[in-house]
Design a protein around this ligand. Structure first.
Ligand SMILES: Nc1ncnc2c1ncn2[C@@H]1O[C@H](COP(=O)(O)OP(=O)(O)OP(=O)(O)O)[C@@H](O)[C@H]1O
Ligand SMILES: [Mg+2]
Length: 367
């Protein structure tokens, strides 16, 4: 740091880090603010599989010290220069419910009512979770009296999950001011539609997260316990490949592949990649229809994200399946980066949606 810049009171620009602890890999993104823009400084990913005696792309269930060890390796490899981080909480370890209750304006009355109601939705003793909730702001329609109901988003995370994440943060020598359920991070980095509802499909390794975002609020969320690792396993079994081979081919070919063993090149049957994706999409369609019928609204688009969202020509398959506008998540579109990096950033973007969203929130904190 130069003495002069200090003397003239020039603010030191601070860098921040988003850390996404996924079931199959760790993803990090480091940003810095320059005026109104977020500048990409570095990013990186490291598969957890090999640290758990597993293949790349497969989900793991590692203890905090192992995750911290991997994260430390990743921070070093990616030349990260800050320890100020925002950390994600897996959706599968949290609970989100949008409920409707009679309007109460007194905060104490509100709290009592919400805490009583929340017990109905939380499958464990309330003392075992961190409970949070927000009153959803309603659009005011002119000439209408205020509603006698209020919508409340209940959020609960198990204490064990938070303890695990704290262990990772300490082990990797990071500092954090927040832990955020991953779907909120993704919304920040990939959803731009302000009015009409949008469905987000985060296809991870172990699970696919489906949720509808309306006016920036999560109107609905659902976990499908199938993801990229199941796609790989099915390709492997159906085509007599190892998990490792199937993972490599899947990434190379995705839906582009049409027939087995073309021109001597090792390949797989397209039906085997369709099998799991069609199951995930069937369930998505079911919950989407449920949402659309209940709310009397139709979604404007489906945004594909997560590592599974990177699958070649998945968008075309999804378009055929849903007959709705399909968009590929482009979280790096929200940050400034050198032009030569753009094609790569656009391609890998869906994998980094959570990490970018966390870093963006961390930057907002500095303002
Ligand atoms: N280019 C690609 N083509 C197809 N699939 C891919 C590609 N890149 C990654 N994947 C798959 O995406 C999955 C990993 O996605 P992601 O990194 O979003 O998962 P995660 O965050 O670790 O898991 P989860 O969100 O379920 O906890 C793996 O199963 C991997 O095989
Ligand atoms: Mg993930």
């Amino acid at each position: 740091m130069s003495f002069l810049s200090n003397m003239f009171g020039k603010k030191k620009t601070k860098s921040v880090l988003g850390v996404d602890i996924g079931s199959s890999s760790l993803k990090i993104v480091q940003l810095r603010r320059e005026g109104e823009t977020a500048v990409l400084e570095t990013y990186g990913e490291l598969a957890l599989g090999p640290y758990a005696g597993n293949e790349v792309g497969q989900a793991t269930n590692l203890p905090a010290d192992k995750i911290a060890e991997t994260l430390t390796d990743l921070l070093r490899e990616a030349n990260v220069t800050t320890n100020e981080a925002g950390i994600s909480i897996p959706f599968a370890r949290s609970l989100l419910r949008l409920i409707t209750l009679p309007r109460r304006d007194d905060p104490n009355e509100q709290r009592t009512m919400v805490e009583l109601e929340a017990r109905k939705y939380i499958p464990v003793p309330v003392s075992e979770v961190q409970l949070d909730w927000f009153v959803v702001p309603e659009p005011i329609s002119e000439g209408q009296p205020p509603s006698d109901k209020m919508r409340i988003l209940i959020v609960a995370v198990h204490n064990d999950e938070l303890a695990l994440l704290q262990g990772v943060v300490q082990g990797a020598k990071l500092e954090t001011s927040f832990y955020e359920i991953e779907i909120f991070s993704t919304i920040r980095s990939v959803v731009d539609e302000p009015v009409r509802p949008v469905l987000v499909l985060d296809i991870g390794a172990s699970a696919t997260k489906v949720y509808v975002v309306e006016h920036g609020v999560v109107a609905f969320s659902h976990n499908i316990p199938q993801g990229g690792q199941d796609v790989t396993r099915t390709i492997a079994t159906a085509n007599g490949l190892t998990i490792k081979q199937a993972e490599i081919f899947k990434k190379e070919q995705g839906f582009k592949n049409s027939s087995a063993a073309e021109g001597g090149k090792l390949s797989y049957d397209r039906k085997s990649i369709e099998l799991i994706f069609s199951r995930i999409f069937e369930e998505t369609k079911r919950v989407l229809t449920q949402y659309e019928m209940g709310s009397q609204k139709s979604v404007a688009a489906i945004v594909l994200t997560g590592g599974g969202g990177v699958t070649k020509e998945l968008a075309a398959y999804a378009k055929e399946f849903f007959s709705v506008d399909i968009q590929l998540a482009d979280p790096f579109g929200k940050v400034e980066a050198p032009a030569f990096m753009r094609p790569v950033l656009a391609e890998i973007g869906p994998e980094f949606a959570v990490a970018v969203g966390l870093a963006l929130r961390k930057l907002e904190e500095l303002q």
